[in-house]
Design a binder for this molecule. Structure first.
Ligand SMILES: C[S@@+](CC[C@H](N)C(=O)[O-])C[C@H]1O[C@@H](n2cnc3c(N)ncnc32)[C@H](O)[C@@H]1O
Length: 209
């Protein structure tokens, strides 16, 4: 497994115990996400962490595959699904881009708080585009740290050198929108949940490949 997984393995148990920071923004994100899903939806969640979102959405879907680069995150998520007797989620340790994803498989792909952590964003978005069915939707929410101040970069680079922080891509909203559109999507909705940095995007796959 890739070296990026080590950081997330190490913090997974602490992450599992940390409460959602802004519940109103989370509920808004979930409400806009639910508008694109139904009982027949087959969904992939990328960077599922300890599975909190997957466990909430799965009972409203046909099936959810939830992946994460961290084996420990997946272990915790699977434990919670077993405890709650939710049996329509497949948790899988996998990186993004994930070469094992098959073409035209999912009605929707979700990723919350993860796109800015990917070292190969264009490759990941091509992979998402390929695995969506024609007309399928990609739903993401991404902290865009470059919208605020470039001073983020200094502590982040230092923390990264000391292995106290993961790789973080400092993005602007327009960088995310451009990368998504370049991978073969039409953006249908955007929002800020919460403002000022967390950029919510829903984009529809435009090709039939
Ligand atoms: C900030 S957490 C977000 C977790 C969850 N989506 C949430 O909103 O609480 C980022 C997650 O992305 C995962 N991740 C980081 N890089 C990844 C990659 N290249 N492929 C797949 N998952 C990755 C981490 O292991 C971590 O669980």
């Amino acid at each position: 497994m890739k070296p990026e997984s080590k950081f997330w393995d190490k913090i997974a148990d602490k992450y599992a115990k940390s409460p959602i920071k802004n519940m109103d923004a989370y509920e808004q994100t979930m409400s806009r996400t639910r508008a694109y899903l139904n009982k027949e939806s087959r969904v992939l969640e990328v960077g599922c962490g300890t599975g909190s979102t997957a466990l909430l959405l799965a009972p409203e879907l046909e099936h959810l595959t939830a992946t994460d680069i961290s084996g420990r995150m997946i272990e915790i998520a699977q434990g919670k699904a077993t405890d709650q007797a939710i049996d329509n989620i497949t948790f899988k340790q996998a990186p993004m881009p994930d070469p094992s994803l098959e073409a035209k498989t999912y009605d929707a792909v979700l990723t919350y708080n993860t796109l800015h952590l990917l070292t190969d964003l264009p490759g990941a978005l091509r992979c998402v585009q390929k695995t969506l069915k024609p007309g399928g939707v990609f739903i993401s929410k991404t902290p865009c740290l470059k919208e605020q101040t470039s001073l983020w970069a200094i502590p982040l680079v230092l923390a990264r050198l000391l292995r106290l922080a993961p790789y973080v891509n400092l993005l602007k909203f327009a960088d995310v929108d451009r990368a998504i559109a370049s991978a073969g999507f039409e953006i249908v909705e955007t929002g800020l949940y919460p403002a000022p940095l967390n950029h919510f995007v829903v984009a529809r796959k435009i090709s039939s490949d």
